[in-house]
Every structure is written in structure tokens, then in C-alpha cells.
Design a protein around this ligand. Structure first.
Ligand code: 3H9
Length: 669
């Protein structure tokens, strides 16, 4: 039974039980409709409490139904049915009331919630707008400004804030069901508030819409849904209720079938698949209650901050007192930034720092459950660290390296109990970036691999398992992407045009801009190192720039020039001169063609990675690029994009036939 009804005197309690998240599939919509009919006809009932079993209140429409023809009762009709029921309904919220779930709650006359619940309209994150009155009722409840913030960002609001804004009527302490029934009993003794369909929507201040048009467009970076959601709220405030509902519905249906919505649904399911690899079913990770970070540089401090933010006590180890002091300053600086942005209170900062033990003595690691090494990217330095760790740590402690380019097997050479060793590749800044590449060696124990995933969950990161190769998944594709971008420069496409094309595609930055920001020298030194080892590394244009002293913004110029104190890239005559001999103009390419070429090249390298078994599934590649490299989420990632382009489109994009490996991926679903 998806919906059941119990009676507590004059109050009926409808319980929804539709695991895992009480999504509004057809059976639930029908069940709620029938319950409304039954209870309206029951003279002994004066109010209805709507509560959910399991982990959450109704988390929204059933996303798996989006590709199928809608079956009545439709959600907008159900919300209207609840809103006009003869008895007032009280939504009793725990977990999350999201999307259609919050729209059902808006149809209820009252909303009550436990303190850790949240409410929200996250539809834009799925490339759609609310489709059951969310954009129309929310401004009637809390005004246009708050409604715009909710529907254009999709960010949920926690119960205490929801209460202060008026999104919910009260926060229930203790048992939700008992509290909601008591609330309903009291509510029916006072005059009832008007349902939202009968309330006016007040106009926002002068200039509000124009300002929002700009702000929302800027934040959306090419995603269509946020601006369409804004238009819906505007219509809700300027038009009448029925007209606004019709406009919202039309917008919802239009977007639901769009490429962007398909891409975002793909990402939604990919994000739920990646953290739970099938190979780890039933595998229990080793317990981790304490952690250590070796190295207090940018990476080490970022990792330590992420661990502290997740409540883990951290030991920070550095080679000497000066380095330790710098490490602590780096860490303190991260928390200072959080305080400045209002994300952390000064007391919170003090608490974060109090949970850090700083030492230069490896002896302090004897009892630590997890150690993450983040020292200089040099094999001998890393090996020396693990030799010490092997000597002092418990034999079952999980030992991880944060290497981004070295082979983890080389780092672990000689380590006792190598089953406890794993690669955990964080991205900078490690307390911010979501991606975590998890790189087991052939010796890594399954439960240690499970530790990688458990840690990602604890830190709120997106884990993707990667095999061992140069650069793992993300940096290997990045290298190929940069080489492909250099090929375009050689073919006469201006550097600034390539960057503009990729920004136009929705990337946070173009490939050359990004190198100027991060510095060209690190990759250069790696290439030089490989060349010194006798590896065949073709010359790059980046080599020419670094050898001329152009290492990026930090040296005053890289692919672009910069005027002091200004980070805006300026096309550089010096670069043009340095590279003149390398450029042999080919056919003209417009920005679309440039972006498609480079994204198709990413897919080419990704396909090779899949063929080698370095990545498990195409959707993992998409997550790596989205969460680690600024690939636009609404494009679904390079593999999703490649599948949408198909063999013919890719042949056009690449200027040649796709490789067998890429064709094999296209042949998959
Ligand atoms: C909408 O409502 C449109 C309306 O405005 C208009 C309609 C006309 N549908 O995330 P988890 C599955 S759009 C189907 O790991 P958590 C998920 O795939 C919707 N399935 O749990 C997974 O399945 P599996 C707006 C869904 O506890 C399982 O549930 N709503 C849906 O970490 C567990 O998911 C949203 O966008 C769904 N809507 O987090 C909310 N949601 O076990 C989306 C989840 O087979 N959901 N599943 O892999 C969430 O944000 C989180 O699931 C939630 C729980 C916070 C609720």
C-alpha cells in the first residue's frame, strides 16, 4: 500500500510509503487523489495530516517517468485537489520536500517540519521548471524575491530558515506525527488562512526583474531552465493564478523533452551510480575515526580542511617547524575565508583548528586510522614518506597518496601490507572541488577501496574509480584536450577564439586561460622529466612559452599578456611572435566547430581510457569532467555529448572518422 489512512479522532493521518524517496509515481498520485475523495466524504474528519514513511517526505516527481507519456491524475490536478479539499491538509515534513513534493506541500493549507528537514524546488538542476504550481504558489506564500531565489538556483532551504521566511508554519520538536496531529487540532479551532490559489502575489520592488534577468543569466552559463523559471515567477506575479499555472505547465512540458533536461537527468543518475560500484556490494570499509595529512601545502591544507569540515580529527605532519607553521597558516586561511563568506562562525573556526594536531614527528601517527600523503610530486620524496608511515602506522591503517601523475605502484614499492595502500586524488582547492578519483593498485584490499568511497561520502565528494595510467582519468583527458587545442592554434585559430569558443560551449574557462591561471610550468616540468627518462614526448607550444619565461599569470604572462593587478587576458604580440614559425593556417573554423572539435577529442581520449579499463563506465568520465574540470553540467559530459552527436556528427566534429574505441562506446547505450 503506497498510501494508507489512519484516524486519530477528528484528524486523519495519511501515510505515504513509496521507497526509496516517496517519489510521485502514478500509484502515489492516484492513492493521494483517492484519499482526498475518501476523507472529503468522511463527516467525522475535520483535518488531514500528510506524512511519509522512510527517509524523507515526498522528494518530487518520479524522474524515471519523465520519458514516458503522463498518466492521470496529473500532478498539477492533484495539488489543486488537495488545495480545494473540504478539510485542511497539513504537510508533516521530514527529510526533504522537494520539487513536486514541495508543490504537494504548497497545496496543503499548512506545512510543519522537523528541524533538520528542508524544502525546495530543485527542478532547474534537472533542466526543467516546477510543473505543478511551484512557481505560482511560492510567490503567493513568501513573495517574488524568495520564490525567484528558490526556483532559479534550486537550492533547498533548511527548516529554521524556511520558518523565518514563512515557507513553513512551525518547526516540530520531538515526534513529527504527534506534533503534526496536535498542530492540526489547534489549527481547526481558529479561522483558516486562505489557500494559496486565493492569495494575491505582491509586486517586487522597482528594477527587480531587470536585475534578476542579468544575475540569473550570468549564473546559468548557458543553462536554459533558470531563466525560464524566472519568467514563470514573473508571470505568476503579473498574471492571474490560472494563467500563470498554464504558462508554467507549458514551460515545464517544453523543457522536459529538451536536450538539456536529458543531459541533466543523465548526470542525476550517473551521480547516484558512481558512489556505489557493483564490485563493492557488501564490502565493509575499515573504521575511520581519525585522519592524518602529510604535507601542509595548498593541497594538504585543503584536504585537512575537508576532513575537519566533516568532523574528523586531523594530525598534520610536516618536515620541520617552519613548514608546519606555514601549513597551519594555510589551513587557518581556508577557515578565515569561510568565516568571511559567512559559511563558518568564529567559534566554528576555533573548533576546526582545535581538532588539528600539528607535529613533525611521525610517531604521532601510531593510532591514526587513515593517512593521506600530499607532499611534493617527486617519487623519492613520496617513497620516503611511505617508508616512515609503514614503520609507524598500525598495519591495518589506510595509507593513501594524493599523487596526480605518479604511478601509485611505484610509490608503494617496499611498503609492508600493501593491501592498505590506495590513491586518493583530490582536486585543488581540495576543500571545495567535488571530484575525488579513487585509484586502487592491484594490491589494494576491497575494504580499503570501500574506504575511498566511504570517505568521499563523508566529505561530500563525488567519487569516481580510476585505473592506473598517466594522469588517471581527468588529467589524461585534460592533456589530450590541451594538445588538441594547440593543434588548432597551429592551424591558425587565434588563442582567444579557442577560449571564447569553450566558454561559449559552457566551460568555466577556456584551455589557455586555465593554463595561465594554474601555471604552465608544472606540466612543462613533467614533460621534461619524461623526456629525460627517454620517453617520447612531442614538443608542445607550451614548451616554447615556458622556455621564454612565460609561465602564466604568476610570471606576468603566458598564453596572454596581463597588466599588473588585472587578471583579464590580453592577446599577446610576444606570443604571436614566439609561435609564428609553428602556425600553418588551415580552413577557417567558427566557434561552434572549435568547441565541437575539442569536446569530440575529449571523447576520443575518454574512449581509449574506457577501452583500457581505466574507467569503468562512460558516465564516470562525464562526472570527472563536470566535477573536476568545469564541464557544463547541462551538456551531460563529453561522453553523453558524444552519444548525442552520434557517429555522423562526430565525424564532422573531428574532421575524420571516430576511432574504433569511440565507435564501441557509441554502440553501447
Ligand atoms: C519534479 O518534482 C517536477 C515537478 O515540479 C513537476 C512534475 C509535474 N525520482 O539521492 P539518493 C532515487 S522533478 C525517481 O541516493 P539520498 C535515486 O535514483 C524532481 N527516483 O538518496 C536512488 O535510486 P537507486 C524534483 C529518485 O537519501 C534513490 O532514490 N526532485 C528520485 O542521498 C536514492 O536517492 C528532485 O530533484 C526521483 N525524484 O537523498 C529530488 N529522487 O537507489 C531528487 C531520488 O536505485 N532527489 N531517486 O540508485 C534527491 O535530491 C535525493 O534523492 C534526496 C535523498 C535528497 C531526496
Amino acid at each position: 500500500m503506497v498510501v494508507s489512512i489512519a484516524r486519530e479522532g477528528e484528524i486523519a493521518v495519511i501515510t505515504v510509503d513509496n521507497p526509496p524517496v516517496n517519489a510521485l509515481g502514478h500509484a502515489l498520485r492516484q492513492g493521494l487523489w483517492d484519499a482526498a475523495e475518501t476523507l472529503d466524504a468522511d463527516p467525522g474528519i475535520r483535518a488531514v495530516v500528510l506524512i511519509c514513511a522512510g527517509r524523507t517526505f515526498i522528494a518530487g516527481a518520479d524522474v524515471t517517468e519523465f520519458g514516458k507519456p503522463p498518466v492521470p491524475p496529473h500532478l498539477p490536478d492533484l495539488v489543486a485537489r488537495i488545495e480545494t479539499a473540504a478539510k485542511p491538509w497539513v504537510a508533516a515534513i521530514h527529510g526533504s520536500a522537494l520539487g513536486g513534493g514541495f508543490e504537494v506541500a504548497l497545496g496543503c493549507r499548512f506545512r510543519v517540519a522537523v528541524a533538520d528537514a528542508s524544502v525546495g524546488l530543485p527542478e532547474v538542476t534537472l533542466g526543467i521548471v516546477p510543473g505543478a504550481g511551484g512557481t505560482v504558489r511560492t510567490p503567493r506564500l513568501v513573495g517574488a524575491e524568495q520564490a525567484v531565489a528558490m526556483v532559479t538556483t534550486g537550492k533547498p532551504v533548511k527548516a529554521p530558515k524556511a520558518l523565518s521566511l514563512g515557507l513553513i508554519d512551525t518547526v516540530i520538536e520531538g515526534d513529527l506525527r504527534a506534533g503534526a496531529v496536535a498542530f492540526a487540532r489547534e489549527a481547526i479551532e481558529a479561522p483558516l488562512p486562505a489557500p494559496l490559489c486565493d492569495r494575491p502575489a505582491s509586486a517586487p520592488p522597482e528594477g527587480f526583474w531587470a536585475a534578476q534577468d542579468t544575475t540569473v543569466a550570468k549564473a546559468a552559463r548557458g543553462a536554459a531552465a533558470p531563466l525560464r523559471a524566472l519568467a514563470c515567477v514573473k508571470r505568476a506575479v503579473t498574471g492571474d493564478f490560472a494563467d500563470a499555472l498554464a504558462f508554467e505547465r507549458e514551460t515545464f512540458l517544453d523543457l522536459r523533452g529538451s536536450d538539456q533536461a536529458a543531459a541533466l537527468r543523465h548526470v542525476f543518475f550517473a551521480e547516484r551510480a558512481a558512489p556505489r560500484p557493483k564490485s563493492l556490494k557488501g564490502v565493509v570499509p575499515r573504521p575511520v575515526a581519525t585522519a592524518a595529512v602529510i604535507g601542509g601545502g595548498t593541497m594538504g591544507a585543503g584536504i585537512a580542511a575537508a576532513l575537519r569540515n566533516a568532523g574528523l580529527p586531523v594530525v598534520m605532519v610536516e618536515r620541520d617547524d617552519d613548514a608546519l607553521e606555514r601549513g597551519l597558516a594555510n589551513l587557518g586561511g581556508i577557515f578565515d575565508g569561510a568565516v568571511k563568506r559567512g559559511r563558518l562562525t568564529p567559534e566554528g573556526r576555533a573548533d576546526r583548528m582545535a581538532g588539528v594536531t600539528a607535529t613533525t614527528d611521525y610517531g604521532g601517527l601510531a593510532d591514526v586510522d587513515l593517512v593521506i600523503e600530499a607532499v611534493f610530486e617527486e617519487i623519492s620524496v613520496k617513497r620516503a614518506v611511505f617508508a616512515q608511515l609503514g614503520a609507524v602506522c598500525r598495519p591495518d591503517a589506510v595509507l593513501a597518496t594524493n599523487t596526480s601523475y605518479l604511478d601509485p605502484r611505484d610509490i608503494a614499492v617496499g611498503l609492508l601490507n600493501p593491501d592498505r595502500f590506495i590513491g586518493l586524488h583530490f582536486f585543488s582547492p581540495a576543500h571545495v572541488m567535488k571530484l575525488l578519483e579513487i585509484v586502487p593498485t592491484p594490491d589494494t584490499a576491497p575494504e580499503v577501496l570501500a574506504n575511498g568511497f566511504a570517505l568521499a561520502k563523508r566529505l561530500g565528494k563525488m567519487p569516481v574509480q580510476a585505473g592506473i595510467c598517466d594522469g588517471f582519468i581527468g588529467n589524461r583527458i585534460l592533456k589530450h584536450y590541451r594538445a588538441a587545442a594547440e593543434d588548432l592554434v597551429r592551424a591558425g585559430v587565434p588563442i582567444a577564439e579557442i577560449d571564447a569558443a569553450m566558454r561559449g560551449f559552457g566551460m568555466a574557462m577556456g584551455p589557455f586561460q586555465a593554463q595561465d591561471l594554474g601555471g604552465l610550468d608544472i606540466a612543462y616540468l613533467q614533460r621534461e622529466g619524461a623526456r629525460a627518462r627517454g620517453e617520447d614526448v612531442p614538443p608542445t607550444l607550451g614548451d616554447i612559452l615556458v622556455r621564454a619565461g612565460r609561465k602564466g599569470q604568476k610570471s606576468g604572462g603566458g598564453w596572454y599578456d596581463y597588466t599588473p593587478g588585472n587578471r583579464t587576458p590580453q592577446p599577446s604580440d610576444a606570443v604571436a611572435e614566439l609561435l609564428a614559425g609553428e602556425i600553418h593556417p588551415g580552413p577557417e573554423m567558427d566557434r561552434d566547430a572549435v568547441a565541437r572539435r575539442l569536446v569530440a577529442e575529449m571523447a576520443e581520449e575518454a574512449a581509449a581510457i574506457l577501452a583500457e579499463g581505466v574507467a569503468t563506465q562512460p558516465s564516470d568520465i562525464d562526472l570527472v569532467k563536470i566535477h573536476g574540470y568545469g564541464f557544463p553540467r547541462w551538456r551531460g559530459g563529453p561522453m553523453f555529448h558524444a552519444m548525442q552527436r552520434g557517429a555522423e556528427g562526430l565525424t564532422q566534429d573531428l574532421g575524420r572518422s571516430p576511432s574504433d574505441a569511440l565507435m564501441a562506446v557509441l554502440g553501447q547505450d
